[in-house]
Design a protein around this ligand. Structure first.
Ligand code: SF4
Length: 370
């Protein structure tokens, strides 16, 4: 895991260009691998990942990575070669294959051409290794999506809320995401990550059938109504996750995480917030996360979030259920479908809470970061 100490001890003075926090962290990881192991490593493998597998594959323009991710290995490597070649001095071979994980048919050739001499590989071995890797990835992804479905089924059965984290995959790293979601889970709210939302047809068609019927989108995975330049894989998934959160009744709150100096997230802040809040779903953003864990302010904000969840979740669930067909594919406790009087979405996407004074609403919005 990433930590402040790791960066200080192993990555200090290795920066070459000003970059976002997640990329900056790689220096600490490289340094620890080279200098901090009891048993010396022989090879440091750090692929330049060009594209990613995605649930939105074929529904979007492309699924490429952020350019800073793609260039990260070269950028960080330079910091270890500024004065002399630290890899060579330490007897470490540096391997950085360019790989398009989103285009599986290309991966064997890409890895074989760049790694064949380093690992003494033939093409058949590379192909079997790539197959095994994708099988492991697919099996983990399917299992985790199923677990997310089970969480939603439990919420539906018990009419309980859960929280969706809208973030990039590396925010699951405790040093980058600072375990903010774990603080919320400790209050009894199940956590879903957008990367593992269940994409099952029955559930997705139920959530998006109104949009498809009205011709707004072609499928539940179509994000062209909210994001036309859909090239970047994780950005696309963040937009899709916001749409799912806005529709799914039991997701009553979204936590948005973003790292220090993230240029990719910048244009998505307003659209994601508007999408989520348009259905009255609560939205809280933790931005500019870096190495420092602001424990005190996280604690205060977690208390605020828990307060709003406890106060509004049942109304949000009921309101969103009223907008959807009664044929929910998840087993639900019997309930009346009555219009909620407490939370209504305004046209702007802002949430109006009946009975709340304007001052209280303003205070609430400022706490939401609106
Ligand atoms: S998405 Fe943002 S935080 Fe992540 S690597 Fe790119 S610029 Fe950095």
């Amino acid at each position: 895991d990433t930590s402040e100490e790791q960066g200080r001890e192993f990555g200090k003075g290795r920066g070459t260009v000003d970059c976002c926090y997640p990329v900056k962290c790689i220096s600490g990881h490289y340094g620890e691998l080279i200098f901090g192991q009891k048993k010396k490593i022989n090879i440091l493998l750090s692929p330049m990942i060009h594209s990613l597998p995605s649930i939105l594959h074929r529904h979007v323009v492309d699924t490429v990575t952020c350019t800073r991710v793609m260039a990260g290995p070269e950028n960080i490597k330079a910091g270890f070669m500024k004065e002399h070649d630290v890899f060579a001095d330490s007897g470490v071979v540096y391997a950085s294959p360019f790989v398009s994980l989103g285009d599986r048919h290309m991966v064997t050739a890409q890895l074989h051409s760049s790694l064949k001499d380093i690992f003494d590989l033939d093409s058949g071995e590379t192909e079997r290794a790539v197959l095994a890797g994708f099988q492991a990835l697919d099996s983990f992804t399917a299992k985790t999506r199923q677990q997310s479905r089970e969480i939603l089924a439990w919420c539906a059965q018990n009419q309980k809320p859960c929280i969706l984290v809208l973030a990039r995959p590396y925010h699951m790293d405790t040093g980058i995401g600072h375990e903010i979601e774990a603080e919320l889970q400790a209050h009894g709210y199940p956590i879903l990550w957008l990367q593992y939302l269940p994409g099952d047809d029955d559930l997705m068609n139920w959530l998006f059938e109104g949009d498809i019927r009205k011709g707004r989108v072609k499928s539940p995975f179509d994000i062209s109504d909210v994001w036309t330049s859909s090239y970047s894989s994780n950005t696309n998934e963040i937009m899709w996750g916001a749409k799912v959160a806005a529709r799914c009744p039991w997701i009553t709150c979204v936590i948005r995480l973003s790292s220090y100096e993230c240029g990719m997230d910048q244009p998505t802040y307003t659209p994601t917030q508007k999408i989520v809040e348009a259905s009255g779903t609560l939205f809280f953003k933790f931005g500019d996360l870096d190495s420092t864990k602001p424990a005190g302010s996280i604690k205060i904000r977690v208390e605020t979030i828990v307060h709003y969840l406890a106060k509004y979740s049942q109304d949000i669930i009921q309101q969103k259920l009223n907008w959807l067909s009664p044929k929910c594919p998840l087993p639900m406790a019997p309930q009346e479908r009555t219009p909620s009087s407490t939370v209504v979405p305004a046209e702007t996407g802002a949430v109006v809470v009946a009975g709340e004074t304007p001052a209280a609403e303003r205070a609430r919005h400022s706490q939401l970061g609106v």
